[in-house]
Structures are given as C-alpha cells and as structure tokens.
Design a protein around this ligand. Structure first.
Ligand code: TRP
Length: 329
C-alpha cells in the first residue's frame, strides 16, 4: 500500500480555545429569558465517544439510516455528480460514513477529500479512519463550516467541481429559517454544477422521536450532562451533576425535538474561568440543542429556495431519513 499524506490546516492565529469556551458559556448562561449551553461543545473526546454509543443504540436509528443509504447507493450518488470533483465535508465526525462515497469516487478519479471540523480530535480520527483508501488525499481544515468551505473553494482548480457533504442531519440543528439561510450561504460559495449531498432526518411518530433523544439506558442523558462536566473540568465550575437532569421533548410548531438540561432545584453555580456566578430556579432549563425534522418534499422546496436543484432523494425504509443530492443551479 502506498503511504498516504494527510495533513491539517490550522488557524494562522489560534484564539485560545478555553477563552472562547468561557465567553460562549458566559454569553449563553446570562441570556435573559432562556439560558443556553452551545451544543458544539458536546463534542470533545468524551462527548464524541458517547455520541458513537448513541449512534448504535436501537432507539436512535438516524446514523444507521444515513450509513445504510450511503453504503447502498454510493455508486449511484457519485455517478450523478459532475466530475472531476473535490470533496469537502462539513463536520466530518469520525469519517466512517464517508468511506463509501470516497471508495465509489476513487474508482472513477483520484480524489482530494477536505474534512472541515472545529474538533481537532475528530479530524485526526477521520484521517486515521480513511487514510487507507487508495487514491485519496486528505487535507483537514480545523475551521468553522463556512470559513473552511471558502478556503477549499479558493484552492480548487478551474476544471474541478466541488461536492459538499453535509450528512447526519446536522442541518436539523438550525431552525428552519436559519437552515435556509445556511444553505444559501453554502450556495453562494459554490459554482453552478457543484453539488451538495444533504442528510435530513424526516418526520416520524412523536414517541419514536422522544425515545431517540431520551433512551432508557441514559446514554443521551449522559451525553447532554457531560457538557456540565466539561464546564467543571475546563472552566473550574462547580456544577453538581445529580442536581440536573436531561430533558427531551417534541416542539409541535417547530417540528423539532428540543434538548435541555433542567435544574432539579433552586441553586447557584460558580464558573470562575467565565467570571460568572449563575443561579437557576427549580425546574429552569438550559437549552442545548434542537433537532428539526423534515418532510421529504419540504427538503426539495428548501433546496430550490436556496438555489439548488434536487437531483435525487434516497429514503431509508427502516428509519425515515433522506439523503438529498442537490446540484447548484
Ligand atoms: N444533533 C444530533 C441529532 O439531531 C445529535 C444528537 C443526538 C444530540 N442526541 C443528542 C445532541 C442529544 C444533543 C443531545 O440527532
């Protein structure tokens, strides 16, 4: 096997990640109405490990549906994409799902794969996971999605198209308006003929959705509460984890599952590194994440609004989830 070169582009000026974390926690916990803890901080090495476990829970079918579609239809997907193509992935995670697409593409062309991730640990994991595929060069970008995508787009050669992967229904973490805005921003970076493979979790019975985000074993609860443990560890806070609980409920009007951390009693917590003491009423919640669910025709409409044409949709039979191949118009 040929040795592979993969390397990472990191910030030229690296802001102190702890200071950034402290500032975000402070901003979220001092919001006047609903307190918030930003969900992107769930994914350190503990969180990423817990999420790997969530993705194999019988109640959480999302990741397996995503993987099943990519595994089964990878050749068909890449056949529909204008080539030659450079692949950019927004939030690569472990990179496991991407293997099928890259392997299918490599039968047709040498492929540059550019994962874009704020988590250096995830980038490293992804390079390890995919580094063995013949004819793939991996260049990781430790960046926010749009900054990274701008950089990948600027580096491509004239004759190369871009194929952007945005898998796992991460789009669902935006509300509908912000999701559309995000797709428009992605579209603005792309040229006509570039493509976006977009994963979207679909609407399904509410009891099934609730169980997916509040599993009986408590892994999702541990995942969510681990955010408090991380604030304790990295910002010297004194959250007493057993005085908080994980809550997941369905928001009918928004068509989303809302994830919160609820204070079981009235209490104060100090977070010295964020220069903050924060009090919680009994029953008060911190919002961590929303997971919006779509109807398949709604995704086609959304794509159109954002300047894409929906070339094809694959829907999993076991767990309603759609992989949407959008081509920039
Ligand atoms: N955002 C992902 C999703 O919509 C990941 C996720 C699953 C998640 N369970 C969670 C995020 C619990 C926060 C809390 O499925």
């Amino acid at each position: 096997m040929r040795p592979k070169r993969h390397f990472m582009m990191t910030h030229a000026i690296t802001a102190d990640p702890i200071l950034e974390f402290a500032a975000d926690v402070r901003a979220g916990l001092t919001k006047p109405d609903q307190k918030e803890l930003p969900s992107k901080y769930l994914y350190d090495s503990v969180g990423s490990g817990l999420f790997e476990v969530i993705s194999v829970l019988p109640e959480y079918g999302l990741t397996r549906a995503d993987e099943r579609i990519l595994r089964t239809h990878a050749s068909e997907i890449v056949d529909r994409v204008p080539r030659p193509v450079v692949v950019a992935e927004l939030g690569s995670g472990s990179g496991k799902k991407t293997r099928w697409i890259l392997e299918a593409l490599c039968r047709l062309q040498h492929t540059s794969y550019c994962p874009i991730e704020i988590s250096r640990a995830a980038l490293a994991m992804c390079a390890r996971e995919l580094g063995d595929i013949e004819s793939v060069s991996i260049v990781g970008f430790e960046r926010e999605y749009l900054d990274g995508l701008l950089e990948v787009a600027a580096r491509r050669q004239k004759h190369q198209h871009l194929m952007v992967l945005f898998l796992g229904s991460t789009i669902g973490n935006f509300d509908r308006t912000a999701g559309e805005r995000f797709l428009k921003e992605v579209r603005r970076i792309l040229e006509p003929g570039d493509s976006l493979l977009l994963g979207t979790d679909l609407l399904k019975p509410i009891h099934q959705l609730i169980r997916a985000y509040d599993d009986p074993l408590g892994v999702t609860s541990a995942f969510n509460l681990h955010l408090l443990a991380r604030v304790n560890r990295e910002l010297d806070a004194d959250f007493y984890l057993s005085r908080f609980e994980h809550v997941g409920f369905y928001h009918k009007a928004a068509r989303s599952v809302e994830l919160h951390i609820r204070s079981r009693d009235s209490q104060a917590v100090s977070i010295p590194a964020a220069d903050l003491t924060v009090s919680f009423d009994a029953g008060e919640t911190n919002w961590t994440e929303s997971c919006h669910k779509y109807a398949s025709e709604e995704v086609r409409h959304l794509a159109k609004q954002a300047g894409f044409y929906c070339n094809a949709q694959w829907i999993d039979r076991e767990w309603p989830f759609a992989e949407n191949l959008l081509i920039a118009e």
